[in-house]
Write a protein that binds this ligand. Structure first.
Ligand code: 13P
Ligand code: SF4
Length: 352
């Protein structure tokens, strides 16, 4: 299995290079006037092209706000897919990472789907190459293949089902109740969480998210003791000992809703930092504290920022709209196969 991303040396190099790029992206030397010109131009182009901007909570706050202001959408990965499918726009622009753009195209082949940045990958997707995944499936022909949405179109094409974090546990419970044995890929932490909670018979691919795997249970336990009234919200891509300390485990939307609906005033949050923007909007006046990872200093590998999500920015969005570049194109056989497994997930979710 060529999990290059998981070797400490290459992982640190990748994160460092991407962090430099993300920093440059966040400081594009735009003055206030240039920024407002850029935003106005983007609005004109979106309207002229009958295009919608669909953003994930982890991207820059300015992109999230622009998506909502222009009748686009901000959501978790399942909701982004559903919005793209139901939208009447001719063009969907995805502010997120590659698998989100591919999912939009798979579900809406008649639409033009553009990414703000095609190099915006995901460590889970990178850790699960289709050829090795096919061999893994071939070794387990008796198992139902369930893959996380954070995978390539080719991997989804091999799967029986796709699942996002918002639905994975319910779906696997349902399959296990039908007596099915599961092959799960690629996130080992989400897979282990689902296995523990459902009691399902599962074999797991050994991928991980470079952001969530860095959250640290011992430091989180100490922080909880220091803040006994705080509630802990955890995304299930985090390691098991971190999940074990959570009051709520869920997808990005599920943990934002928990922050809004729970009575507590203070929350410790174990997921990517971009989510704080929407959390503060959803629950104004409440306090959100980032869960500890390796710390803010030299030892901090990701600092809870997804370097690929941070490649999305306003100047690149303007350029994409001006040039029509970064279009997602998928081989039709692969697309049609992948559409089956994603559509089953969307229908399962609707029937819940
Ligand atoms: P959600 O489906 O919860 O939005 O998660 C997507 C993701 O990439 C989390 O790291
Ligand atoms: Fe992938 Fe992790 Fe980034 Fe989510 S936060 S897109 S799982 S690398």
């Amino acid at each position: 299995m060529s999990l290059n991303i998981s070797t400490p040396h290459s992982k640190q190099n990748i994160i460092r290079d991407l962090a430099i790029e993300a920093e440059q992206a966040r400081n594009p030397n735009l003055s206030g006037a240039d920024l407002s010109n850029t935003i106005n131009r983007i609005k004109q182009l979106l309207e002229a092209q009958n295009a919608v901007l669909v953003a994930h909570y982890y991207v820059d706050a300015a992109l999230q706000d622009l998506a909502e202001e222009t009748d686009g959408f901000v959501g978790d990965s399942l909701e982004m897919a559903r919005f793209g499918l139901n939208s009447e726009a001719d063009t969907v622009i995805v502010a997120g990472v590659r698998f989100m753009g591919e999912t939009a195209k798979i579900l809406s082949p008649e639409k033009r789907v553009l990414m703000i940045e095609t190099r915006a990958e995901c460590s889970l997707d990178l850790a699960c190459p289709a050829d090795e995944f096919n061999q893994f499936c071939d070794r387990h022909p008796d198992r139902t293949v369930v893959v996380y949405a954070n995978t390539s179109a080719e991997v989804k094409a091999r799967a029986d089902w796709v699942a996002t974090s918002s639905i994975a546990l319910d779906l696997v419970k349902h399959l296990a109740d039908n007596g099915e044995k599961i092959l799960w890929a690629p996130d080992k932490f989400l897979g282990a969480y689902v296995q523990k909670e459902s009691g399902a018979d599962m074999v797991l691919w050994q991928g991980s998210c470079i952001v969530h795997e860095d959250f640290k249970a011992t430091a989180l336990q100490a922080l909880k003791q220091h803040l006994p009234d705080a509630r802990v919200l955890v995304h299930p891509e985090s390691p098991g000992p971190v999940i074990a300390l959570a009051d709520v485990v869920g997808s990005t939307t599920q943990i934002i809703n928990a922050a809004r609906d729970m009575e507590a005033d203070t929350f410790i949050v174990a997921t990517e930092r971009g989510i704080f923007h929407k959390m503060q909007q959803a629950a104004p006046g409440k306090t959100f504290i980032a869960a500890p990872n390796a710390g803010e200093g030299a030892m901090c590998e990701s600092c809870a920022e997804c370097p690929w999500m941070k490649m999305n920015d306003l100047p690149r969005l303007e350029q994409t709209l001006e040039t029509g570049s970064n279009e997602i194109l998928i081989d039709e056989d692969i697309r049609a196969q992948a559409a089956r497994s994603i559509t089953r997930m969307v229908e399962f979710n609707a029937a819940r």
